[in-house]
Each structure stands twice: as structure tokens, then as C-alpha cells.
Design a protein around this ligand. Structure first.
Ligand SMILES: [Fe+2]
Length: 182
């Protein structure tokens, strides 16, 4: 469910107001975003920090668009990547059982930036901490709902096929007899 949440952004409008202020397209068309081209920030912003800017330099070798657009990728089974021009937020998901998962959030910066006097990752970390807590909270709420005795099946719309991929990936790897019917 955490991976499915990562794979769709129509929750972004109501759940992530600060993120949508930075990337307005997330609020407008969360289910129909061109991730291959990258998602543009609002004018004047180019990275995932509270201000949308930072004193860190972009990674060397990025094209003009890559310096101003956000990219993301889910790598099954358990890696979520969010790529800003100056830092990468890399999440690894470690399930313990059906109800408990540890999500490790690592921040990656260029070694030259890390070695600079006064290097401070706090602007990116603070922003991600806010967004992460919003995501984990709604994931917990969805899980609470799925525990209800009334819950039998979830339905996915055509725009949710990337999320359906997560279920297909997991189902194909479960032993016969453990494949859920939803
Ligand atoms: Fe989210």
C-alpha cells in the first residue's frame, strides 16, 4: 500500500498542500503526470525544499529541463526514488509483517557539496519530513480501513494502472493459495 501511494499523486492535492504549492501540477492532474519529461516546479522554484531553492549546486551534467523539473521512480520491490536537481531522496521499504513496515529515507548529495564548508542538508530534510509524515499518516488510515470486517475488495480505475502493477508484482511472487482475490 505504501508503494501504491508512491505511484499515484491524486492524493497530493488534499494531503500535501506545501508540496502542491511547490509543484502546482501535482494538485491539478495528479493522475496524469508526464514523469518521463519531469514535473515542473512553480516559477522560481527548482528543488524540494521549503523555499523551493537551495544554496547547493545542481548535480553536474544535468540538462536545462532536468535542473528545473522533478523526477521520480518506483523500483519494485522496495525502492522509491525522488530526484531533485541537487539531491536524491531514496526510500527503502522493509516490511516486518502485514501491519508493520519500516521506511528508511536516505538523502544523497554530490560529494563536493557535502565537503563544502557550511554544508547543511536541513532544507531538504525538513521539507521531506513534512511530506513523509503526511504520506505515512494516510497510509495508516487506509490500512485501518482495510482491516474493517466490511472490507472485501478494492477497485482501481484505469488511471491507477501503475498502482495495479504493484499488486500484480506481489501476486506473481506469492505461493499458490496465498494470492488475494482483490
Ligand atoms: Fe504523498
Amino acid at each position: 500500500m505504501i508503494l501504491e501511494n508512491c505511484n499515484e499523486c491524486y492524493h497530493c492535492g488534499p494531503v500535501h498542500p506545501e508540496l502542491c504549492a511547490l509543484v502546482p501540477a501535482f494538485a491539478r492532474g495528479g493522475g496524469d503526470l508526464d514523469w518521463d519529461a519531469g514535473i515542473p516546479h512553480r516559477d522560481g522554484a527548482w528543488t524540494f525544499t521549503v523555499t523551493g531553492t537551495t544554496s547547493r549546486a545542481p548535480f553536474p551534467g544535468l540538462s536545462g529541463k532536468a535542473r528545473t523539473r522533478h523526477h521520480g521512480e518506483l523500483v519494485l520491490p522496495n525502492l522509491m526514488l525522488s530526484l531533485s536537481a541537487d539531491h536524491v531522496a531514496a526510500f527503502t521499504v522493509w516490511p516486518h509483517d502485514a501491519g508493520h513496515t519500516t521506511v528508511v529515507c536516505d538523502f544523497l548529495f554530490h560529494p563536493d557539496e557535502i565537503g563544502r564548508d557550511g554544508f547543511d542538508p536541513g532544507d531538504a530534510v525538513a521539507f521531506w519530513d513534512l511530506v513523509n509524515r503526511q504520506d505515512w499518516s494516510i497510509c495508516e488510515q487506509v490500512q485501518d480501513g482495510m482491516r474493517s470486517r466490511m472490507f472485501t475488495t478494492g477497485y482501481l480505475a484505469p488511471m491507477e494502472q501503475p498502482s495495479a502493477d504493484v499488486g500484480r508484482y506481489v501476486s506473481a511472487r506469492l505461493p499458490a493459495g496465498q494470492i488475494p482475490d482483490h
